[in-house]
Design a protein around this ligand. Structure first.
Ligand code: XMP
Length: 260
């Protein structure tokens, strides 16, 4: 459901850019009004909005965050909670339920915790509430190599393989709505794409502020780009968002035509 919702929004809006609405710490009142203002400015260039705990902590899930979700939905933008869910199943279920109840269309979760008594309850609750689960596969920051990039012995096959490769296969097996691979690692995107093809879309954060490149990650296989500071901190957020959108969308069209 969520996967289709994203595809529909992207097609209708001719954009595969997800805004990471991460603002520098300020009072709740200022954060809320800035968030709504940025959405007003940049929404024509977006296909979705992503929030994380940086917003939930000061704004409150059922207070300021709900207002942002409502605004995004009124503008036709699906919403993603970058919760990186990472606990035992019992608390994961409650966490996911709260985020979905507040209105989020999908949550991001960490596959490090496994399925049984880990992520299964999150996928169950998502299915029940017709929402999505997006899995981390290879994060965008430098230290990602220490966890996601390690060579590990596969629990099932006993083969030595990179951790992210196992996570990519889990994204397929668990029927995740998306897999996060940093735009900062086009080679990893390419490798994960060779596993997922078009069955599970790749979401890539890290464009701009973290050094990721729009063309390189789109060419490697990303379906959506998650962009925060490059837009939010720009002097002209609307213009910046528009130019990132144009570059990314052109690349996606070329790939779609090639695949047809
Ligand atoms: P910037 O400002 O660097 O913000 O464009 C990036 C946004 O994406 C989030 N982020 C990630 N989220 N997996 C995720 O689920 C990742 O590998 C990852 N890397 C960055 C970050 O929290 C911010 O909102």
């Amino acid at each position: 459901m969520f996967r289709q919702k994203m595809e529909k929004a992207a097609k209708k809006r001719q954009s595969n850019i997800i805004l990471a609405l991460d603002l520098a710490p300020a009072s709740s009142r200022v954060l809320l009004s800035q968030s709504l203002k940025i959405l007003d400015l940049v929404h024509p260039a977006l296909c979705a909005v992503k929030l994380n705990r940086q917003a939930v902590l000061p704004l409150g899930l059922f207070d300021g965050v709900r207002k942002i979700i409502t605004k995004a939905h009124d503008l036709g933008l699906p919403t993603i909670m970058d919760a990186k869910i990472n606990d035992i199943g019992n608390t994961n279920r409650a966490i996911a339920q709260y985020y979905f109840k507040a209105g989020f269309g999908a949550v991001i979760a960490s596959p490090f915790i496994g399925w049984d008594e880990g992520l299964q309850p999150v996928f169950d609750v998502a299915q029940k509430m017709k929402r999505g689960v997006i899995l981390l596969v290879y994060m965008s920051h430098k230290g990602a190599v220490e966890g996601f990039g390690q060579m590990v012995q596969d629990h099932a096959t006993r083969q030595l393989v990179p951790q992210y490769r196992i996570f990519a296969e889990k994204a397929l097996k668990w029927n995740a709505d998306g897999a996060v691979v940093g735009a900062t690692y086009p080679d990893k995107i390419r490798e994960v794409y060779s596993v997922l093809k078009e069955k599970v879309p790749i979401y890539s954060p890290g464009v701009g502020a973290q050094g990721g490149d729009v063309h390189a990650s789109m060419k490697a296989g990303s379906s959506y780009l998650i962009v925060g500071r490059a837009i939010v901190d720009s002097r002209n957020p609307a213009k910046t968002a528009e130019s990132i959108r144009n570059a990314a969308w052109r690349n996606l069209q070329v790939r779609t035509e090639k695949n047809e």
